[in-house]
Design a binder for this molecule. Structure first.
Ligand code: FAD
Length: 412
């Protein structure tokens, strides 16, 4: 373990792992320490609610860096280790076991925690899904006929609902808002996803609030405020995630819907950076609007960017937000921030696939949301993303026409 100050990363998820590798790729040869609370090697979270649920009952995690690669790169991975405090004056990270790790630069890549429903905190039949261990526990429950209630119509809940239906489980989804996917997904696209769940036999109820979840002899009863009750065997609480900011807050760093960083992912302490799901940052593309993204590619990109800036690159964040979700045979992809749009242009691509182009008041393309079977929208969303990055204002009629190649708009 390093006794001389080096690069210390708290959080061995997608972002922390990418940052550690980038430090080496950029030629840094001092100590690199990756501290992670979980017992596993860094792994991918997206499969947890998708392939992993549909595969065998004893699935393996999809590892981001294996032992061999960690060893070859000279990255010291401390698993099962909780960073308890940051002594900013001494530039030490203090582990729960009292160990002090000196740092030259520190990266906080602490991710998120599922938002809890306090009323069900101690009910073992009410579960959340964030970690590989959560996924394993849920997977062992999901057998044909096991009744699942999903509280919250967000991505993770809906992906789990789709997987559970495919495993033969009766599924009910309860959403407090008037529709599913209220945050960040246009209504038209949410409607397509809603209809697909209904076609697969999911009972979806929007605009409902939960009064309590109680134990019954056969399982649990989810009691709604309107007096109705739904019997189930297991409930997934999927009501969003909250950024892990406790360590930063205790260290007196600014927190504003996540650990607040500037365009270089630097906190208000020049020796401390934050990246990935845990941080909020200004998006230059949208006039410096401060956002926090919970997205796999963002975690990767910001991990790499933070590492370069820890080495002094002074490179500002410039990537376009991008997110995907898979449910049944449907692939959803969103580039940019749809809520920045004031007008929508629809392109029907045939085969049930469509893309909505979101334009700002001045006609600039600010986002594109696509949905279709499998990967059908992927290529065009990628091209739209490039148009967004260029701040292009493509003609509306060309955007609407499926025969007009987005590539030619890019060339123009
Ligand atoms: P995390 O992956 O959360 O890693 C942070 C790590 O830090 C955790 O392991 C945590 O235990 C550790 N940590 C926190 N505090 C401490 C501490 N004090 N000491 C030590 N360790 C600490 N994104 C998409 O774009 N598309 C998808 O389809 C998609 N599907 C998803 C499905 C699921 C089930 C989940 C949970 C997420 C999904 N995501 C998806 C989101 C994506 O996985 C996240 O954006 C990404 O994992 C964020 O990476 P991160 O490294 O910032 O945070």
């Amino acid at each position: 373990m390093a006794s001389e100050p080096g690069m210390v990363i708290v959080g061995a998820g997608e972002c922390g792992a990418r940052a550690a590798l980038t430090l080496r790729e950029e030629g840094y040869d001092g100590p690199v320490t990756l501290i992670g609370r979980e017992p596993h090697l860094p792994y991918e979270r997206p499969p947890l609610s998708k392939d992993l649920m549909l595969g065998t009952e004893h699935p393996a995690a999809r590892i981001v860096i294996d032992e061999d690669r960690l060893k070859k790169a000279g990255i010291d991975h401390l698993a099962r280790s909780e960073a308890a405090a940051i002594d900013r004056q001494a530039r030490h990270v203090v582990l729960e076991n009292g160990l002090r790790l000196p740092y030259e630069k520190l990266l906080l890549a602490t991710g998120c925690q599922p938002r809890r429903l306090p009323a069900v905190a101690n009910n073992s039949r009410c579960v959340t899904l964030r970690t590989f261990d959560d996924a394993l526990a849920i997977r062992t429950h999901l057998h044909r006929g096991v009744r699942l209630v999903v509280v919250g119509g967000g991505f993770i809940g809906l992906e789990l609902a789709a997987a559970a239906r495919q495993l033969g489980c009766p599924v009910t989804v309860l959403e407090a808002q008037p529709r599913i996917l209220m945050r960040g997904v246009p209504e038209e696209i949410a409607g397509i996803i809603d209809a697909r769940h209904a076609a697969h036999g999911v009972h979806l109820h929007c605009g409902v609030s939960i009064e309590a979840i109680t134990d019954t002899p056969a399982g649990i009863a989810v009691e709604l405020k309107d007096g109705a009750a739904i019997e189930a065997d297991i409930a997934l609480i999927g009501i969003g995630a909250v950024p892990e900011t406790a360590l930063a807050e205790r260290a007196g760093l600014a927190v504003e819907n996540g650990i607040a960083v500037d365009a270089f992912l630097q906190t208000d302490d020049p020796a401390v950076f934050a990246a990935g799901d845990c941080c909020s940052f200004p998006l230059a593309l949208y006039g410096g609007r401060r956002v926090r993204l919970e997205a796999w590619r963002n975690a990767q990109e910001q991990g790499a960017l933070a590492a370069r800036n820890m080495l002094g690159a002074k490179e500002a964040h410039a990537a376009v937000p991008w997110f995907w979700s898979d449910q049944y045979d449907l692939g959803l992809q969103i580039a940019g921030l749809p809520d920045e749009g004031r007008e929508t242009v629809r392109r029907d691509m045939g085969n049930g696939a469509l893309i909505l182009f979101h334009l700002a008041a001045d006609g600039r393309l600010v986002a594109a949301s696509g949905i279709g079977p499998g990967n059908t929208v992927a290529k065009d969303i990628r091209l739209a993303e490039m148009l967004i990055a260029r701040r292009a204002s493509p003609p509306r009629d060309r955007l609407a026409a499926p025969e007009a190649k987005l590539k030619t708009l890019l060339a123009a």
